[in-house]
Design a protein around this ligand. Structure first.
Ligand code: PGA
Length: 257
């Protein structure tokens, strides 16, 4: 046992209104009641955080945001500050997702500032890294991951490392149905764990490493069985209450599956 409690996070992206989020939770929560061996969080769009958070109150399922500003407050039209998310009960926030990196121009330096701002507000960052298909085919995967880890985690002090979640999401596996094999994912996770050890020393053993990219009920168990895979960040399959509940229960007792 490595002591790391697996964490499964639903990244809903720009799907579901507040009413649809509550409807999902009405169907999802009874299906995962009593599941204790994994931690579960739901990351709805900003507009659904308040109502989803109220629906989650009293359950073991945590609330997460999909992004956050690196700033505390100020003239930043359209941005949402970490302390505003904390007020709504967010325990986690995703930062540096590949869609934000590719579509909104976010780089490692900004991701690092966001991670630091979240920690300052008492929110645990889920920092995403991952190579593109082009980078993998050029044999640059580990070089890219090393640079992303060093840059994106530059402001996390070792004493806060245990609060960090690092998500490995190969861009070629996101939304494509093309999941990394457990072996390919484990190889990347082991590499990331080594880099974390370089940054944080012994605390690297406490950082949870999530895999993300076309995770489904059918493939999650084999991924989570790998020694350095401590959870999953789930997009498409998390939009369906039954499918995400099956993912959450995949490590549970056989009869609960
Ligand atoms: P996917 O998305 O599960 O739909 O591939 C994962 C993610 O982008 O976090």
């Amino acid at each position: 046992m490595n002591g790391r409690r697996p964490i499964l996070v639903a990244n809903w992206k720009m799907y579901k209104t507040a009413a649809e989020a509550v409807d999902f939770l009405d169907r999802f929560l009874p299906r995962v009641a009593g599941v204790a061996e994994v931690e579960v969080a739901i990351a709805p769009p900003f507009t659904a955080l308040d109502r989803a958070g109220r629906r989650l109150a009293g359950s073991a399922v945590a609330l997460a945001a999909q992004n956050a500003s690196a700033e505390t407050e100020g003239a930043f039209t359209g941005e949402v500050a970490p302390r505003m998310l904390a007020e709504l009960g967010c325990r986690y926030a995703i930062v540096g997702h590949s869609e934000r990196r590719a579509l909104f121009g976010e780089g490692d330096a900004l991701v690092a500032r966001k991670a630091a701002a979240l920690l300052a507000a008492g929110i645990r960052p889920i920092v995403c890294v991952g190579e593109t298909l082009e980078q993998r085919e050029a044999g640059r995967t580990f070089e890219v991951l090393a640079a992303q880890v060093a840059g994106s985690l530059a402001s996390v002090p070792p004493e806060r490392a245990a609060e960090l979640v690092l998500a490995y999401e190969p861009v070629w596996a996101i939304g494509t149905g093309r999941t990394a094999t457990p072996e390919i994912a484990q190889e990347a996770h082991r590499f990331l764990r080594e880099r974390l050890a370089g940054l944080f020393g012994a605390a690297a053993g406490q950082v949870r490493l999530q895999y993300g990219g076309s995770v489904k009920p059918e493939n999650v168990y084999a991924l989570l069985a790998q020694p350095d895979i401590d959870g999953a960040l789930v997009g498409g399959a998390s939009l369906d209450a039954e499918a995400f509940a099956r993912i959450v229960r995949s490590r549970g007792p056989e009869e609960a599956r």
